[in-house]
Design a protein around this ligand. Structure first.
Ligand SMILES: *Cc1c(COP(=O)(O)O)cnc(C)c1O
Length: 381
C-alpha cells in the first residue's frame, strides 16, 4: 500500500520534540551521551518510582535486551522465551552469546506458556524472558514464582509495556531486569532508544559500562561533561549509549504519556473491544486496559479468513500488521520446523489493526465495520 489513509502505527511528534532536539543542538552542542541523558534517566526513574541509578538508557530496545542478557548470563546459557515475539528479542539474545529456547504461548494472552517452558528447562537454562505482548505482562507473578523455583533470572522484554502497571506498580519498577524500547512507534519514542531497568547494582553497572565500549565507570563522568582517559576494560562493550538529542526527545514524550498518549491508546483499544467483542469469526485476547496501555491491537480472525480481511482493509487503504512471525520458523532460530502448536495456529489468525494516538474513534468504527463484515463465517463470496 503506497499511501494508507489509516496507518498501522506512527510516531506522534511535533513542535515540542523539535524544540527539545534543537535546544540540544543550538544551546548545548554536545550531541553524545551527557547531561540530557542523565536527566532522562532521572525522569524515567521518577516515573517508574525507582532510583535513577537503576535506569540505563541505550541506543535501542534491541541493545537493551542484548546488554541485559550479556550482563546476566554466560555464553552458551539458555533463555526460555516465547517464539511469538519480534525477531529483535531472539537476535538480541543470540548477539549476547546466549541461546534463545523457543517456547509456546498461552492462547488467551499470547504470553509464555509456563508448562511448555518447564518441559524445555535443561541444566543450561539460566533465565526466562517474558515478552509483554501487546503490552500485557500476563501472569507475571507466576513467571517470577517459576523462576524462583528453578533459580532462574527474569529478564522482561517490556518493549511494548512502557507506562503499564501490574499489581499497582509500574512495569519495570519491581523487575529483576526489564528492557524498554523507545523506537519511533512504541508507547513513547526518543527517535530510537531503549532502557534497561534493574534493582541489581551489578547488572546495572555492567549494562552502563557495556554501552560505552566496556570502559569502566565512564557514565558518571560523561554526565558531568568529562570522560575517562586512564581506564580499564574487563568485559565486552559496544557503542550502544543514547545521544543527548534522543534523550531530549524522550523527555518530551515522557511528559506527554500519561496526559495524552496512554488515555488515547486505552480509549481506542476499548472501542475496538466494544465493536469486535461479539463479532462472529473474531476473537479478542484477554487484557486489562488501563493498567495495560496497548502498543498494538492484535485480534484473531478465525476460519481461514485472516488474509481476506486483510485484503479488504488494504483495499480501503487501512494498513494492518501481523505480530509476529514466530522465531522458530526462521532459518536462524530453529530452521523452520513446526513444534509449537499454539504459536503456529495463532500465526495463521493474527491480525493487528491500526493503533496509535493519531487514530480517531471514527477510524476505529470504519476498521471494525470491514472486519465484522468480512470475518463473519456466513459471508457470501
Ligand atoms: C520493538 C521491540 C524490540 C526492540 O526494540 P527496538 O527499539 O526497535 O530495537 C524488542 N522486543 C519487542 C517485543 C519489540 O516490540
Amino acid at each position: 500500500m503506497i499511501d494508507p489513509v489509516i496507518r498501522l502505527s506512527r510516531s506522534i511528534v511535533g513542535r515540542a520534540e523539535a524544540d527539545a532536539a534543537s535546544r540540544v543542538i543550538l544551546d548545548d552542542g554536545y550531541l553524545g551521551m551527557g547531561a540530557e541523558v542523565a536527566r532522562f534517566e532521572a525522569e524515567l526513574g521518577a516515573y517508574l518510582g525507582v532510583d535513577a541509578a537503576q535506569v540505563s538508557c541505550v541506543s535501542s530496545g534491541t541493545a537493551a535486551v542484548q546488554l541485559a542478557v550479556q550482563a546476566v548470563v554466560d555464553p552458551g546459557d539458555e533463555i526460555l522465551v516465547q517464539s511469538l515475539t519480534f525477531v529483535a528479542t531472539f537476535q538480541a539474545i543470540a548477539a549476547a552469546g546466549a541461546v534463545p529456547v523457543a517456547c509456546d504461548v498461552t492462547p488467551a494472552t499470547v504470553t509464555i506458556d509456563l508448562a511448555d517452558a518447564a518441559r524445555r528447562c535443561t541444566p543450561r537454562t539460566r533465565a526466562i524472558m517474558p515478552v509483554h505482548y501487546a503490552s500485557n505482562p500476563g501472569d507475571l507473578d507466576a513467571i517470577y514464582a517459576f523462576a524462583r523455583d528453578r533459580g532462574l533470572r527474569v529478564i522482561e522484554d517490556a518493549a511494548h509495556a512502557f507506562g503499564c502497571t501490574y499489581n499497582g506498580r509500574k512495569i519495570g519498577s519491581a523487575a529483576d531486569v526489564a528492557c524498554f524500547s523507545f523506537d519511533g512507534i512504541k508507547n513513547i519514542t526518543s527517535g530510537e532508544g531503549g532502557a534497561v531497568v534493574t534493582a541489581d547494582p551489578l547488572i546495572g553497572a555492567r549494562v552502563r559500562d557495556a554501552r560505552l565500549l566496556g570502559v569502566e565507570k565512564d557514565s558518571e563522568k560523561r554526565y558531568r561533561g568529562q570522560r575517562s582517559w586512564d581506564f580499564d576494560v574487563s568485559r565486552q562493550g559496544y557503542r550502544y549509549h543514547m545521544s543527548n538529542i534522543f534523550a531530549a526527545i524522550g523527555r518530551t514524550q515522557l511528559a506527554r504519556l500519561d496526559r495524552e498518549f496512554a488515555p488515547a491508546r486505552v480509549a481506542l483499544a476499548g472501542r475496538y473491544r466494544a465493536a469486535l467483542g461479539d463479532a462472529p469469526g473474531v476473537r479478542l485476547f484477554d487484557t486489562a486496559l488501563g493498567p495495560v496501555v496497548p502498543h498494538i491491537q492484535p485480534v484473531r480472525i478465525l476460519g481461514g479468513r485472516r488474509d481476506a480481511v486483510r485484503e479488504q482493509l488494504e483495499a480501503a487503504r487501512i494498513q494492518t500488521g501481523i505480530h509476529y512471525k514466530p522465531n522458530h520458523l526462521l532459518t536462524r532460530f530453529g530452521g523452520g520446523t513446526p513444534c509449537l502448536p499454539v504459536t503456529e495456529a495463532l500465526y495463521d489468525e493474527l491480525l493487528s489493526l491500526p493503533l496509535h494516538p493519531g487514530v480517531t474513534a471514527a477510524d476505529v468504527d470504519r476498521v471494525c465495520g470491514i472486519v465484522r463484515s468480512v470475518a463473519a463465517p456466513n459471508e457470501v463470496a
